[in-house]
Design a protein around this ligand. Structure first.
Ligand SMILES: [Zn+2]
Length: 466
């Protein structure tokens, strides 16, 4: 083929990689893959055979992990926010050691790091797989009793410890695609913890696969398990130099085949109102209550548009999350969200406009505005790294799935990692009904997520480009 590049050239390029910056490594990979990506697949016939003979361990690992309470706590000021998250971290390190990965370790912040060394002679860029060990503060994770509903046939899943918790097909349309599969749920009193212990189990299973099948070639693979993702602090103490990878992938998504490459862009917005305080008995014509001004501003917010309760998909919103004050001073805190970062400026301007309109009736009062960046749509960075997305999509195809890129109406650890210099989209983990007693995951989806990682690592080893 005319556009084929020689192995010698690739090896020459990669021999120099260790001295290059990540930026240069990334552009090198882009160049190499975009020249001849189709050939990679020709030599991948042996991997499906090995996978089909493998007995997946993700189910058993998952059943163990969910019984360990790792709920994080937004009110805590420590890192990790709860000590109990370390119980799972310690177990994971032990499991890595049992699998022969002796560099695996945890630290005082509750992170787990491990690295599989490359088993090919060419230098292959490192990739990272990431999941979080904590579960949501929204629903208890203490005493989780996982139940396996084998060969699901569409009937309501009534959870035995609280029969009022029922997982119905019509309320969980993704169950339609799970007929014949084995569904794992909690027992009705707790969440399940599939978010994100499904991801942890899937990654550990992939590691077990590579360790048990050393003939399967792969480059360096970093694994990191983070605490406190659910309280927005999963990357606070992360050490990117330890991860030392060109691309990362969180395994923390919902439906099989989905790859999330977009998150909201997010700002905080505060309006500080100064009113005029007077003794209420003598206030006529003089008092201007900051509380009433604040209430008027909130009442004038758009209702049918731009509210969380009236928007979906790619629509953004302005959302008041806190309001407090007295006659003299009041404050309203908002969150602004949109996939288009520029819209956040518009939303801030709209809030200013509303405020000034209200203040027209309060001539001696004033307002200050503070707009602060919270996080940004990771696609702003990922769009410049198409290979990071396209290889994950190809890997899902190789695992027999129909891949689709989707967006998250929120932020992820991956969006923060992306802006810290590790482009990091989110691969499905099969988690459904997050943060609730109705949470479920299927055994078969967990296996497909593991398979996706196996193919993805294979694609990165550049096999077949000769
Ligand atoms: Zn999660």
């Amino acid at each position: 083929m005319a556009n084929k590049i020689s192995t010698a050239k690739i090896i020459r390029n990669f021999e120099r990689l260790s001295t290059f910056t990540n930026q240069v490594k990334i552009s090198l990979i882009n160049t190499i893959f975009s020249k001849d990506i189709s050939n990679i697949f020709d030599s991948m016939t042996y991997l499906p055979q090995i996978i089909s003979a493998y007995s997946f361990s993700s189910k058993d690992r998952f059943l163990t992990y969910v019984k360990i309470d790792t709920q994080s706590d937004p009110k805590s000021t420590t890192s990790p926010s709860t000590e109990k998250q370390k119980d799972l971290a310690i177990l994971l390190v032990k499991e890595f050691h049992e699998l022969g990965i002796f560099n695996a370790h945890t630290n005082e912040f509750g992170y787990v790091y491990a690295r599989l060394e490359s088993n090919v002679s060419e230098e292959v860029p490192a990739i990272c797989f990431c999941a979080h060990v904590d579960t949501s503060p929204d629903c208890t994770g203490m005493g989780v009793k996982p139940i396996i509903h084998e060969n699901y046939q569409g009937a309501d899943l009534v959870l035995p410890d609280d029969p009022s918790v029922i997982i119905r097909l019509n309320e969980h349309p993704d169950l339609q695609e799970q007929l014949g599969n084995d569904i794992i749920t909690a027992s009705g009193l707790t969440l399940l913890g599939a978010d994100n212990k499904a991801g942890v189990a899937e990654i550990m299973d992939a590691v077990a696969f590579w360790q048990k099948n050393p003939e399967v070639k792969h480059g360096p693979i970093s694994i990191v398990f983070t605490p406190d993702e659910e309280v927005g602090r999963g990357t606070d103490h992360i050490e990117l130099n330890k991860i030392d990878a060109v691309y990362g992938y969180t395994l923390d998504g919902e439906k099989r085949g989905h790859l999330e490459n977009e998150t909201f862009s997010a700002d905080g917005f505060t309006i500080k109102i100064k009113g005029v305080s007077q003794h209420p008995g003598f206030a006529k014509g003089r008092m201007e209550s900051a509380l009433k001004i604040a209430a008027e501003i909130v009442s004038k917010l758009p209702k049918l548009l731009l509210s969380p309760e009236t928007t979906e998909k790619m629509e953004g919103f302005i959302h008041p999350v806190d309001m407090q004050g007295q006659v003299e001073e009041a404050q309203i805190d908002f969150i602004l969200r949109d996939f288009d970062t520029l819209k956040l400026i518009e939303y801030g301007n709209l809030l200013k406009e509303i405020t000034f309109k209200v203040l027209k009736n309060y001539p001696n009062s004033s307002a200050d505005f503070i707009q602060t960046e919270q996080y940004r749509n990771m696609n702003e960075i990922l769009k410049d790294h198409p290979i990071c997305i396209s290889l994950a999509m190809e890997a899902m195809k190789l695992a027999g799935l129909t891949p689709e890129t989707t967006s998250i109406r929120g932020g992820t650890d991956g969006s923060r990692l992306t802006f810290m210099g590790l482009p990091c989209p989110n691969i499905f983990a099969g988690e459904h009904a997050f943060h609730s007693k109705e949470e479920w995951v299927s055994v078969q989806d967990m296996q497909k997520a593991t398979e996706t990682m196996l193919y993805l690592a294979e694609l990165y080893t550049l096999r077949g480009i000769r």
